[in-house]
Design a protein around this ligand. Structure first.
Ligand SMILES: C[S@@+](CC[C@H](N)C(=O)[O-])C[C@H]1O[C@@H](n2cnc3c(N)ncnc32)[C@H](O)[C@@H]1O
Length: 238
C-alpha cells in the first residue's frame, strides 16, 4: 500500500512538473528550436513551399497596404515564406526574418539567394532577444509565432518587438477576446507534442505592454483561406 502511495505521489509530481513546463512554454521552445535538424530539410521545405498558400497574400497585402513602409522584420519566419512573398512583391522594401530554428534559416537563405531576392535575408535569433538597434524597422510581423511562445516570454517578446519597431506590428495570430483571454497567459491548446497559446492581443498590447493609444485594424480571412492557427490579422499602429 505504502509502495502504491509513493507511486501515486510520484505520478502526481511528474504531472505537476509537466504542467509547469507546459505553462512556461519551455517544452514549446524545445519542440520548435531544432525542428529542421530533427525532421530534416523536408520540414523547412514545407514552409518554403507554403509561399503558394492564399494566406501569404493576406499577409503581404497587410504589410504593403500601409503607406511609406521601407523595412520590415518578421519574427519567427521559419524558412521565410512570408519574407519571400513580400520581398518578391516589393523590391524597394528591405525585409529581414529571424527564427531560432537555425537549419530552417540556412535553408531559407539559400533559396532566397537562388530566387535573387537580394532585398531579403534571414538571421538565426530568438524572439525575446532581437539582435537589432532600437527603431530599426518600420514594422514587425508575426504569423503563427506568438501562439508558440509561453507566458514566461510573451511580454518580453512584445517589448523587444516594440523596441525595434518605429511604427507598429502586423500580427497574424490566433486572437481571442473575452474574460478567459485577459493576460499574457492566454488559453492553451494542447497538441500531442506542443502547445499553442490563444490570447487577446488588443488587451495585452494596451494594458500589459502599456500602449493605450495604438490603433488596431482587423483583417478577416475567409474560412477557406485560413490555415491552422492563422485565422485573421491585426494591424497595430503606434
Ligand atoms: C508555426 S511556425 C510559423 C512560421 C512562419 N511564420 C509562417 O508563417 O509559416 C512558428 C515558427 O516560429 C518559430 N519560433 C517559435 N518560437 C520562437 C522564438 N522564441 N524565437 C524565434 N523563433 C521562434 C519556430 O521555430 C517556427 O519556425
Amino acid at each position: 500500500m505504502l509502495h502504491l502511495g509513493i507511486k501515486t505521489r510520484l505520478v502526481r509530481l511528474a504531472r505537476q512538473i509537466k504542467g509547469r513546463l507546459v505553462d512556461t512554454g519551455l517544452h514549446s521552445e524545445n519542440f520548435w528550436a531544432n525542428r529542421t535538424e530533427i525532421e530534416g530539410e523536408q520540414f523547412a521545405k514545407g514552409y518554403w513551399d507554403s509561399r503558394k498558400l492564399p494566406l501569404r497574400t493576406y499577409v503581404a497585402d497587410a504589410i504593403l497596404g500601409i503607406p511609406g513602409v521601407h523595412d520590415v522584420l518578421e519574427v519567427g519566419c521559419s524558412a521565410g515564406p512570408n519574407v519571400a512573398t513580400i520581398a518578391s512583391r516589393s523590391k524597394d522594401l528591405r525585409i529581414v526574418g529571424i527564427d531560432f530554428d537555425k537549419d530552417a534559416v540556412a535553408f531559407g537563405n539559400r533559396l532566397l539567394k537562388e530566387s535573387h531576392l537580394e532585398n531579403a535575408r534571414l538571421e538565426h535569433a530568438t524572439a525575446d532577444r532581437l539582435p537589432f538597434e532600437n527603431a530599426s524597422f518600420d514594422l514587425v510581423l508575426t504569423c503563427a509565432v506568438l501562439s508558440c511562445i509561453g507566458p514566461q516570454k510573451i511580454l518580453g517578446t512584445l517589448q523587444e518587438m516594440k523596441r525595434v519597431s518605429r511604427r507598429g506590428f502586423v500580427l497574424f495570430e490566433p486572437h481571442r477576446t473575452g474574460p478567459d483571454f485577459l493576460g499574457a497567459k492566454g488559453k492553451t491548446e494542447h497538441y500531442p507534442n506542443t502547445t499553442y497559446w490563444l490570447r487577446d492581443y488588443q488587451r495585452l498590447i494596451t494594458e500589459e505592454l502599456k500602449l493605450p493609444h495604438v490603433r488596431f485594424t482587423e483583417i478577416q480571412i475567409p474560412p477557406e483561406h485560413r490555415v491552422g492557427h492563422s485565422q485573421s490579422g491585426l494591424i497595430v499602429l503606434f
